[in-house]
Design a protein around this ligand. Sequence first.
Ligand SMILES: NC(=O)c1ccc[n+]([C@@H]2O[C@H](COP(=O)([O-])OP(=O)(O)OC[C@H]3O[C@@H](n4cnc5c(N)ncnc54)[C@H](O)[C@@H]3O)[C@@H](O)[C@H]2O)c1
Length: 299
Amino acid sequence: MGLCDGRVAIVTGAGRGLGRAHALALAQQGAKVVVNDLGSAASGEGADATPAEQVVAEIRAMGGEAIVDTSDAASWAGAQAMVDAAVNQLGGLDIVVNNAGILRDRMLINMTEDDWDSVVRVHMKSTFALTNRAAQVWREQAKAGRMPDARVINTTSHSGLYCNIGQANYAAAKAGIASFSIVAARELGRYGVTVNAIAPRATTRMTEGLRDWDDEALRMRDPNWVSAVVAWLASPDAREISGRVFEAWGYGITIAESWQHGATAEASLDPAELGPRLIAAHHASRKNAGIDIGQHHDP
Ligand SMILES: NC(=O)c1ccc[n+]([C@@H]2O[C@H](COP(=O)([O-])OP(=O)(O)OC[C@H]3O[C@@H](n4cnc5c(N)ncnc54)[C@H](O)[C@@H]3O)[C@@H](O)[C@H]2O)c1
């Protein structure tokens, strides 16, 4: 018996890294999976069907059911094709895992228009497009009196939540995905859909050159720690949780609490009068949260 027996999932960017681990974990828990992957380079160029095909072969080898989809997840037609494949070939749609991503890190002063557009498009537009297309199916089901028990699990990042330098494009897209997830949770609950996001930390081709991890850090950065969270959130057992962001790795799963109101300054139409009040509010408010628990940084 698996936690996701009989459910149908779409995982974008599932040919490698975290997406591959999510697809395998969902299949292990009994889900049928649309394995989407464009097969691009880490920076977004090119296409190759092999990664998605390999993951589908792995799922079939363990007795599961899966199909390949090589759409660009950020295209509207690609998102629709994935939904159609799930419904028509696997018999329904219960779970969407928006995971596809690329990186183009640079200080913003050196960032090109294409660096910005490509990163924002692949992360943010793909998350919106597939959520929107899937939600059409769920709304129709709800209207027909068959209330879905559906899940959307999006992928944000510590970089977006805690504002890493050198990643203005990626951080903006990932912070956008965190807010999008909370808005979507509030909008789609009426159709039986929960929406949550994960901020993973794992060693994949995206992160492997960043530091020299010791053996323990490598163990804790195994994508499977993150995929266990995804597989549980995808299951009917997770029905009561929506609109949350989970920081996930082997060291523990931390809830990232959202922006909080700080001190309030009394308003004034006179900027000169306002200035000292804003300085006082600045000093009375907490610093922005840093990337590690308990750490803060100056804005
Ligand atoms: N690895 C980490 O520590 C980490 C940390 C924070 C967030 N993330 C996020 O996790 C997700 C997965 O990253 P990963 O580390 O496994 O990277 P990865 O490069 O190993 O995998 C990403 C996959 O997405 C696919 N992809 C890229 N653009 C696509 C598109 N337009 N359509 C379909 N597929 C596409 C790639 O072909 C690749 O197989 C990303 O959203 C990433 O930003 C990863």
